[in-house]
Design a protein around this ligand. Structure first.
Ligand code: CMC
Length: 429
């Protein structure tokens, strides 16, 4: 903390308290409200519009300027120059790995990609038409029933092994979820492939057909994973931290994060964007659709963000990736892409969106890329979960390494009945 500054809060009854102002390395200053308890007061900030729930050294967002840094590195540089496992190492350990550290990390992740054979039997308990996120919540939570040897949350080596297991096994479970839904046999991981190639192989190979990865498509999915890897204290990450604050194990915490991610206001938005584009159906109907958005009949999915009041830097990378993938697949005339461009162009000029500072977010284009890669719409949020797992586990690990960790326990503004006495049923009206 740079220097000691304070704000003084004076109540209408004359009592006052000093609130220290804390300065981070970047971003707005933060009022430390611990002293409020001296006045018997709590803050009221539903949906956390003005609340920093923790301190962290992992990810920085400047929503007004449209900046996103992982451990200080701009997302655009990482998306262009890095690979997903290097980004995982960076988020988890705080620094980019040396060549030796990178080789070791790759080896260790690769050798944790298989799941316990008995875990495969879980899938038979689900309907084939279950939403893949429903299956993910259950199966990832079940990992805690299999890996008892890494569940001591106070042991940093155990936490590291759990992190490696989660990063390594999530793609395997995600691909199994997909294969189960279409009635095809599970494909085992192959160590000759990179992390992303391996995931695509488990998704698209069959026992009858070898999988030959297309480097451009692999690179596109690698970028999607990098862009989704972390996003500071969003809804699912805060869920993981809160679950972890009680001492729950990392597999259970990540399952809770997957549940929070599922909603259409968060990770479910990429699926919702594609459904929206399908409903619009044609560029000629874009204007009419936008009228409904402005009349607040429905939202323009993939637009707006709690923190970004400028272009989401991930959306710009995703739009470029979209061009590249569609070109590679000779799908430049893709009607979905044309509709998305038309929607974006109207929105960026329209006072409704300008006044509210609504810009495309990462999900606006990612769905079009995923669809072009052959990934079905219902799997989109699963892909987000695979990418975000490293963010969840890095944030969880940061919290668990803090010796002053305490259980998260918000208070409330109570608006219910005051005290009243129990009444026998025959006296109630
Ligand atoms: N389309 C139309 N109007 C919108 C939209 C939208 N997508 N988003 C916000 N607004 C309007 C909203 O109606 C409100 O208007 P008014 O001031 O007249 O009441 C104003 O903008 C502020 O919206 P809010 O709901 O109070 O803002 P929020 O910060 O609570 O919500 C959000 C953020 C992301 C949930 C919201 O923008 C939204 O629902 N977007 C669509 C879903 C989406 O794309 N989500 C993905 C987010 S990025 C991926 C991730 O991090 O998970």
């Amino acid at each position: 903390m740079k220097n000691k500054r304070v704000a003084t809060l004076t109540l209408d009854d004359g009592r006052s308290v000093e609130l220290p102002i804390l300065a981070g390395t970047l971003g707005p200053d933060v009022l430390d409200l611990h002293n409020l308890s001296k006045l018997g007061l709590f803050t009221y900030d539903p949906a956390f519009f003005s609340t920093a729930s923790c301190s962290s050294k992992i990810t920085f967002i400047d929503g007004d300027a449209g900046l996103l840094y992982y451990r200080g590195y701009p997302i655009e540089q990482l998306a262009e120059k890095s690979d997903f496992l290097e980004v995982c190492y960076l988020l988890l350990h705080g620094e980019l790995p040396t060549a030796e550290q990178s080789a070791d990390f790759n080896y260790r992740v690769k050798h944790h990609t298989m799941v316990h054979d008995q875990l495969a039997r879980f899938f038979n308990g689900f309907r084939r038409d279950a939403h893949p996120m429903a299956v993910m919540v259950g199966v990832v939570g079940a990992l805690s029933a299999f890996y008892h040897d890494s569940l001591d949350i106070n042991n940093s080596e155990h936490r590291e092994i759990s992190a490696l297991r989660l990063i390594a096994k999530l793609p395997t479970i995600a691909a199994m979820t997909y294969k189960y839904s279409i009635g095809e046999p599970f494909i085992y991981p192959k160590n000759k492939f990179s992390y992303v190639e391996n995931f695509m192989c488990m998704m698209f190979a069959t026992p009858a057909e070898e999988y030959v990865p297309n480097p451009k498509l692999v690179r596109a999915l690698e970028r999607i994973f990098i862009l989704h890897a972390d996003h500071e204290q969003n809804a699912s990450t805060s869920t993981v931290r809160l679950a972890g604050s009680s001492g729950a194990n990392p597999f259970a915490c990540v399952a809770s994060g997957i549940a929070a991610l599922w909603g259409p206001a968060h990770g479910g938005a990429n699926e919702a964007v594609l459904k929206m584009l399908e409903e619009i159906g044609d560029v000629s109907r874009v204007e009419e659709f936008m009228k409904g958005v402005k009349d607040k009949k429905y939202r323009l999915m993939g637009f707006g963000h709690r923190v970004y009041k400028n272009m989401d830097p991930r959306a710009s990378v995703m739009r470029d990736t979209c061009y590249e993938v569609l070109k590679e697949l000779r799908l430049e005339d893709d009607p979905m892409f044309k509709m998305a461009i038309a929607l974006e162009q109207i929105a960026l000029k329209d006072p409704y969106f300008i006044e509210r500072k609504l810009y495309p977010n990462v999900d606006f284009y990612s769905g079009i890329v995923l669809r072009a890669l052959g990934i079905p719409t219902s799997m989109f949020t699963v892909i987000f979960a695979v990418g975000r797992t490293i963010g969840w586990i890095s944030q969880w690990n940061e919290m668990m390494s803090d010796s002053e960790r305490k259980i998260g326990r918000p208070r409330q503004l109570y608006l219910g009945e005051t005290k009243r006495n129990y009444m026998a049923v025959n006296k109630r009206r």
